[in-house]
Ligand binder design. Structure first.
Ligand SMILES: Cc1ncc(COP(=O)(O)O)c(C=O)c1O
Length: 357
């Protein structure tokens, strides 16, 4: 039996979007391929609120995270982490011999603007990475406040991980001054995993020109050059199947209306948060709680594994906690095409299984 996914990615994908993955192939050097990539790019610019260039990568989001820190750090990167995915960015820097320092918050606590200011005031750094929405703990960082601080340091290339938020939350890339905003297909965008997307500002392009060892496949400058010189083409063979589906799904997202989509995500989050507060506790302070997933403290010491097994028999899947938080928390994803009604049905099923009524 297929289990309807309420995990924080990959998400349920609509049947019509899945069908678009089966579109017959075109040549990746054809005019049609350029038209397809340009069309995706134009729509992504709307979703990201940016006039900067959009790059595609046939990798998951991690590919562009690695590409960004490697391609654009000239001096030293300041990596701010609020959990597993911030830590991963630091590991990528280390593994690529990119000078970097890690600034961690306690689990469930945000990166604050003050932390960022203190670190950047040292003058040691020219690139910053921030996780917008940390999927391991369900925390959303106060991005407007952080962005205001980063604007004081014009030499900084600002990289933002929006893998689990873009498409469900308004992220105004140009207004925030984000130079590289990264996301991937399998979360709030509502597509199968396998493609990553980022914006790249002119500042980031200039920075990359001054980095000698940018690698090959994940070199952001090469991806950018191909768009300019080859009229919206991709240096190697991209996942055209994802591109067909992405182009189509972006039409659906824009048809829903961005504000409607963001409001639907907020409504789903509010329902799950209220339910969590009534029956358990929220893991993060409510003002930092994510709009695309909710992490719930297992205050009743239920067996999350048993709950998920029973949910599975009814055709649903949620997530246990991440890493050390495995049985201490559980996570409910509410993003992409999930509806408010579906969320309510899921919560009623959980109540029924746990005898919470
Ligand atoms: C916040 C965050 N950043 C980065 C990643 C890595 O993205 P991907 O799995 O697409 O490589 C994930 C994946 O779950 C994530 O949730």
């Amino acid at each position: 039996m297929h289990k309807k996914l309420f995990i924080p990615g990959p998400v349920e994908v609509s049947e019509d979007v899945l069908q678009k993955m089966a579109t017959p192939m075109i040549g990746h050097r054809s005019k049609d391929a350029s038209i397809l990539q340009r069309s995706i790019s134009d729509k992504m610019k709307k979703l990201m609120y940016t006039k900067e260039e959009i790059l595609l990568s046939t990798s998951s989001g991690s590919g562009l995270m690695e590409g960004a820190i490697r391609s654009c750090t000239r001096k030293r990167a300041a990596v701010f982490s609020v959990g597993a995915f911030g830590n991963r960015w630091f590991e990528m820097a280390e593994a690529n011999n990119v000078p970097a320092d890690l600034f961690k918050s306690d689990l469930g606590e945000p990166t604050t603007a003050q932390m960022v200011d203190e670190v950047l005031a040292t003058g040691k750094y020219d690139l910053v990475t921030i996780t917008h929405n940390e999927t391991s703990t369900g925390i959303t960082n106060p991005i407007e406040e952080i962005a205001e601080v980063i604007k004081k340091y014009p030499e900084i290339v600002f990289c933002l991980d929006t893998v689990s938020s873009l498409g469900g939350v308004k992220i105004e890339v140009d207004k925030l001054g984000v130079d590289i905003c990264i996301t991937s297909t399998q979360k709030a965008l509502g597509l199968p995993p396998g493609m990553a997307i980022c914006s790249m500002s002119k500042k980031a392009v200039e920075a990359a020109k001054n980095v000698k060892f940018r690698g090959v496949y994940l070199d952001l400058l090469t991806l950018h050059k191909y768009i300019q010189k080859k009229d919206y083409q991709y240096p190697s063979t991209p996942s055209l199947s994802h591109m067909f589906a992405l182009d189509y799904q972006l039409d659906k997202i824009l048809e829903e209306g961005l504000d409607n989509r963001f409001a639907r995500h907020e409504e789903m989050a509010n329902i799950v948060r209220d339910w969590a507060k009534k029956n358990f506790e929220l893991f993060c302070e409510e003002k930092y709680s994510s709009a695309t997933l909710t992490t719930i403290k297992n205050t009743k010491e239920i067996s999350v594994a048993d709950l998920n097994k029973k949910l599975g028999e009814r055709g649903y899947a949620i997530s246990n906690g991440y890493g050390d938080l495995k049985e201490k928390t559980f996570r409910i994803g509410h993003m992409a095409e999930t509806t408010v009604e579906e969320v309510k049905v899921l919560l009623a099923e959980i109540e029924d299984i746990l005898g919470l009524k």
